[in-house]
Design a protein around this ligand. Sequence first.
Ligand code: NAD
Ligand code: DAU
Length: 353
Amino acid sequence: MEARKTVLVTGGAGFIGSHLCIQLVQKYPDYHIINLDNLTYAGNLENLKPIEKAKNYTFIKGDIANAGEVDQLFDKYEVDGVIHLAAESHVDRSIDSPNEFALTNVIGTLNLLNAAKKSWEGKFDQKMFYHVSTDEVYGSLGDTGLFREDTPYDPRSPYSASKASSDHFVRAFYHTYGFPILISNCSNNYGPLQFPEKLIPLVINNILHRKPLPVYGDGTNVRDWLYVLDHVSAMDVILHKGKTGETYNIGGNNEMKNIDLVELLCDICDDELGRPVGDSRKRITFVKDRPGHDKRYAIDAGKIKRELGWEPQTTAELGFKNTVKWYLDNQEWLKRVTSGAYQDYYKKFYGQN
Ligand code: NAD
Ligand code: DAU
């Protein structure tokens, strides 16, 4: 992407989106960053404090599933680039209520594509629609193998099915209309500001409160963990250097079994909290498995390294330590996001408060 003036980030009040907005606003003072977010349970304006008063930043509360609201935004602003992250993002919630995922992730994406296409007619060569997706669209790996950009899609949860569908629509716009797109498919992110429904912040929060640490099934499922700021730097590189129409896989080269990760978090937390060695591990509890639980995700991130020169910079040791420290230093943040509706969520999904 050339030096563009107005970049629309969707979902910028969520975990990854807030890190992305902060980075773009601070690194590119010449850009106007518009953050469109509906502030669902996962959106939190508190995450955006460092930039809330910045001159080159505008927050707009709006629903991507509402075509009228999306059209209005494109009528009001001459948007040059879109980085589309807004989504329902939690697999367990998708198992409970799949329709919400179709509405936001599929229809919401289509609304953005339609609005951008209409607004950008005749100027596609100066525009870019960058769709942020997930490695879960590729399905589940056995003990060996890696997801590549040409791995056939095989989504297996309602969440990954909705993300796969949105990826297909984005590619369809490229092939059918010559609409300018980029897609990236990224592995599991971790770091500060992640809502504690996801494994890492949930476990840290439970360790703090000496609550059971729920591990699904036998704990041998594998994920490839990437520090969120590395994902942000990859998105920056893709937006500016990515080749129109291409897909890039992003990963952390950091595969871990869930049980090993939870034990590591226990040990780092105990150390930081001055608790006896092994104290938190005693609260690890194997619980009923997630239905259709994908066994293993692992990314071949060779293409983005070869073609765009990106690779992750944060070691697992540093990333996990920083992350634990952030949650321990920001217990008030944790308290605020886990009060109210989170209590009902936790009870519904884990059977206790
Ligand atoms: P998140 O759940 O933390 O944030 C999602 C944001 O989208 C929230 O701020 C929410 O308010 C907003 N949103 C939801 N529905 C909306 C709607 N209808 N209109 C406008 N805004 C809406 O998610 P995240 O973990 O930051 O993930 C962001 C994106 O990255 C998602 O598209 C996800 O699929 C993708 N992704 C996430 C990961 C990960 O590990 N978290 C990995 C790969 C890809
Ligand atoms: O791979 C990228 C995806 O990573 C993103 O597209 C999703 O938006 C993001 O939520 C994440 O999906 P996962 O399902 O892998 O993340 P989650 O943190 O929910 O779970 C990680 C692993 O830990 C998974 O194997 C399920 C397991 N787990 C999770 C929770 C919440 C547990 O064992 N116990 C738990 O309580």
